[in-house]
Design a protein around this ligand. Sequence first.
Ligand code: BJW
Ligand code: ZN
Length: 260
Amino acid sequence: MDKATEQTLKEVKQLIQKAKRICILTGAGVSAESGISTFREAQQKGNEPGKGLWSQYDPQQLASIEGFLKDPEMVWQWYQWRREVNQDKEPNPAHTAIAHWQKQAKESGKQKVTLITQNVDGLHQKAGSDPQVYEVIDIHGNIWQNHCLQCREQHLEDVTGLQQVPECQVCGGQVRPSVVWFGEALDEKKWQDGETAAYCCDLFLSIGTSSQVYPAAGLMMLAKSQGAKIVEINPEPTQSLVVDYQVIAKAGKVLPKLID
Ligand code: BJW
Ligand code: ZN
């Protein structure tokens, strides 16, 4: 690690120690070190090299309501494939450090740490950021859950290996993954909780996200408008103008150092 990064880390560590209300926004980069392709990387490479079938499709087209309506089977199979790829993946030191921080903050009562994740892979939860215990908001949903497109009934049955779109037993509609696609509104309660956390925080950490997808990307601006310090952790820094501290490094490398 170079001198400049070491210095930034030192300053960010001090900010972390002083902060009372922390809001963390994570993106796909946090799961990269667990072996899950980031969204835009997948877009460039066509998911994973050698994964023939999907290399000809654009994830941005598939992760949309238009994509599903046009070819439900193909989109369903894409999610089935991603679930298969994700099922053996484990949290990495970035997930663990955040979970540890949430636990420590709750026990000491000295800090409030809200985690907002755009990731649907469930790895934060697997690392111990349990939404039943801590403030954890999965604003883009969860790839492991399904619901009916038509009546929104949750479908809890095991769909492992199922290649055809399941039919809703209540209304006969199509069952889909419970994730937020392009063009869809985010869950109102989750979004309100996320906005409140960003609005009230004194320190905002943006970790492993390209900050290109709205409304999530707007949370950083909201925090800044209320005087919060903004820290970004990303090996490829974004162009965001509101960032106060840029930690140009992998999340799994630096988060355990920042939070101990
Ligand atoms: C590392 C690392 C390491 C690598 N350590 N870092 C305003 C302006 C312009 C457009 C819009 C706007 N408002 C809305 C829109 C439209 C659209 C949008 O934002 N489009 C943009 C592309 C321009 N937004 C929407 O449609 C949203 N809905 C909406 O606004 O609805 C309005 C409405 C209201 C009322 C009624 C109806 C509608 C919904 C957005 C949903 C996004 N869904 C997805 C798919 C989820 C399901 C799935 O996974 O299949 O969410 S898209 C995809 O992008 C996914 C991600 O959560 C999201 C964000 O991506 P993320 O996490 O930032 O990943 P990457 O790949 O972009 O970046 C990874 C980063 O990690 C990189 O920077 C790397 O360098 C870094 N990295 N290794 C740390 N080791
Ligand atoms: Zn239904």
